[in-house]
Design a protein around this ligand. Structure first.
Ligand code: CTP
Ligand code: MG
Length: 232
């Protein structure tokens, strides 16, 4: 009998304010080489093997995103556009609620335009094999832990340090359960979903090679880097 095919959903997070970019509009809407930053990764998911995309945006931007992003750039895999929340993890929770019935989710920052088909394929293979995975890259710089007075406290072994990126991929039911447990705590230090899986389910996340180009556009200099990569 043919093996039943699992459903894979991308949750694309674009509900942030972009405060570190310090521009009039949130960074996901900035035009770089004539295209909004968020469209680059949406187009990559559109061409990939995933089944659908849930787009999470600020409540006030839902109809703008339907018209000026999804329709304009023909991102046909977007099945829902939902409003996000105050923190990134609130936005992930809203995306998860909208993704009921799927088997695997790939959570991706709309502010990472240099997603590739290889990253998506490798993530899908790894999440099917290991249950949870993130892409990342080995750090190039030495990293120091600095105390509150500004003095170096510790220098972790660089050979074990990776910078994590997105997509981060999970079994839907695992991530949903971990978020339910998290809601019963007062934790506010959560910066990504691998932390949630590790802390509340005690599960390990497989870290696979991403791409040094898969940057998160965060501050103004990142716009120059993005333009350089696009022209390069
Ligand atoms: N994000 C989100 N909902 C939030 C916060 C962030 O969907 N409440 C999204 C952002 O739109 C972005 C991704 O999560 O695509 C990564 O977050 P970050 O780079 O921190 O973006 P912002 O929060 O918008 O930027 P800043 O922290 O500088 O305000
Ligand atoms: Mg932020």
């Amino acid at each position: 009998m043919e093996q039943e095919k699992s459903k894979i959903t991308a949750i694309v997070l674009a509900a942030g304010k972009g405060s570190r970019m310090n521009m009039d509009i949130p960074k996901q809407y900035l035009l770089v080489e004539d295209k909004p930053v968020m469209v680059y990764s949406l187009e990559c998911f559109e061409k990939s093997g995933i089944n659908d995309i849930i787009l999470v945006v600020n409540d006030a931007d839902i109809s703008f995103c339907q018209n000026e992003i999804v329709d304009k750039y023909n991102i046909s895999k977007v099945s829902k556009i939902v409003g996000g929340g105050v923190n990134r993890y609130d936005s992930v929770k809203k995306g998860l609620d909208a993704a009921k019935g799927t088997d695997f989710v790939l959570i991706h920052d709309a502010a990472r335009p240099f997603l590739t088909n290889k990253i998506i394929t490798d993530s899908i293979n790894a999440v099917k094999q290991f249950g949870a995975c993130t892409v990342g890259v080995p750090v190039k710089d030495t990293i120091k832990v600095v105390d509150t007075k500004g003095f170096g406290e510790d220098t972790p072994d660089r050979s074990k340090l990776w910078q994590v990126q997105t997509p981060q991929s999970f079994r839907y039911l695992d991530l949903q359960k971990a978020y339910q447990i998290m809601e019963s705590t007062k934790d506010t230090d959560i910066t990504d979903d691998t932390m949630i899986i590790e802390r509340y389910l005690g599960k390990k996340t497989k870290v696979i090679m991403g791409d040094y180009r898969n940057i998160k556009v965060t501050t103004k200099e990142d716009l120059l880097i993005m333009t350089g990569f696009l022209r390069g």
